[in-house]
Design a protein around this ligand. Structure first.
Ligand SMILES: C[S@@+](CC[C@H](N)C(=O)[O-])C[C@H]1O[C@@H](n2cnc3c(N)ncnc32)[C@H](O)[C@@H]1O
Length: 343
């Protein structure tokens, strides 16, 4: 259930030691607009704004709990602003949360920036904080990855597979290291979740929802069935959707009442699941040419950057535009024409 209101106030009502996992993505210090009453923080003010929430996050987490924070930095005046590093540094000086690990989210379909002196940015940070690492719930066996073919061959050549021992949930439990579990390996700390295109129906647009893969992964890794998960910047409730599918309790806070309504309907399964959209290319006379599932696919196909028009169409700010003599439209995927995949 998403509650409408300011997370800095709502979290005060949450009892101490009552939440197993907090997973969230706050507004970044950038230009994304979440509605008229939702303030955009400047990088210089960001830590003073967000850090007070960390104290309550510490208070409401159970000792075995985790706080997963997805955030990214921003470029201004040609330079990267280091406010994220300041956030991590100050969190360790000013709050009781313990900084446990950094993960990188490698986005399969990052947005082009058009600069010839800066690489395309396809990564975001995921920071993992805990209350007490000795009590931390962490179910590696729930997120083991399939061993790739090359590794399997190498292991077989070197005789590292010993087919004895019992495997439960992909983990061999005879005391040997994970290296010898035949078909599964420990994940590395780079995650390859997709980005969700802006979720849309006729009435609502959210510019930056999670893809459901993101909360699903961490809920499996860090909680048990029946546990309580909180998303303090809940948006349209993607974390809630993942919780519902995985039998976890969910609490969300969100300031924008439209997102609250849409998110709660989405979580309760009232036909509001985001539709899959594609970008369709038409010639000057309105004849359909082909579909693309992402800006990267368009760039690959044409061999040049397509920048802001595509960015805006994906964020739902525009529905169509003209570029390179073609008409481009954001339309529902009919799953027949999308032959230009980015991956
Ligand atoms: C990056 S989005 C989160 C999207 C979410 N992960 C999803 O999948 O829909 C951040 C959200 O925080 C909301 N927000 C901003 N300030 C807030 C506050 N003080 N309290 C609660 N929500 C806030 C914004 O309206 C926006 O929907």
């Amino acid at each position: 259930m998403i509650l409408e209101g300011d997370c800095f106030e709502l979290i005060k009502q949450q009892p101490d030691n009552s939440v197993d996992l907090i997973i969230t993505s706050p507004p970044y210090a950038d230009i994304v607009n979440y509605g008229k009453n939702i303030s955009i923080q400047k990088p210089a003010d960001y830590c003073d704004w967000l850090l007070p929430l960390f104290d309550d996050i510490y208070r409401v987490l159970k000792p075995s709990g985790s706080f997963i924070l997805n955030i990214n930095d921003t470029c201004k005046g040609g330079y990267r602003n280091p406010f994220i590093y300041e956030l991590i540094y100050r969190s360790q000086k000013e709050t009781k949360l313990k900084f446990y690990d950094t993960y990188i989210w490698h986005k399969r379909n990052g947005i082009p920036n058009g600069s010839l002196k800066r690489f395309r940015n396809t990564t975001e940070f995921i920071f993992h904080f805990v209350k007490n690492q000795k009590e931390l719930k962490f179910y590696m066996d729930k997120v083991l990855q399939d061993t790739n073919i090359e590794t399997k061959k190498r292991f077989e050549r070197n005789g590292l597979f010993k087919p004895q021992g019992e495997v439960i949930d992909g983990v061999r439990i005879n005391g040997e290291r994970d290296l010898i579990v035949k078909d599964k390996v420990r994940p590395d700390n780079v995650f390859r979740f997709s980005t969700a295109g802006a979720a849309r129906d006729n009435t609502i647009k959210h510019p930056a929802p999670f893809h459901k893969q993101f909360p699903t992964y961490f809920i499996n890794l860090l909680t048990d069935e029946g546990d309580i998960v909180l998303d303090v910047f809940a948006g349209i409730g993607t974390t809630g959707l993942a919780c519902k599918e995985l039998n976890r309790g969910f609490i969300g806070y969100e300031l924008n009442p439209k997102y609250v309504e849409f998110g709660n309907k989405r979580i309760s399964g009232q036909g509001y699941e985001a539709e899959e959209y594609v970008i369709n290319q038409y010639d000057g006379e309105g004849n359909f040419i082909q579909s693309f599932d992402s800006p990267i696919a368009i760039e690959k196909h044409f061999g040049k950057p397509c920048v802001n028009n595509i960015k805006n169409i994906l964020r739902g700010f525009k529905r169509n535009f003209t570029l390179w003599g073609y008409e481009w439209k954001l339309e529902k995927n009919n799953f027949e024409n999308t032959n230009n995949k980015s991956i």
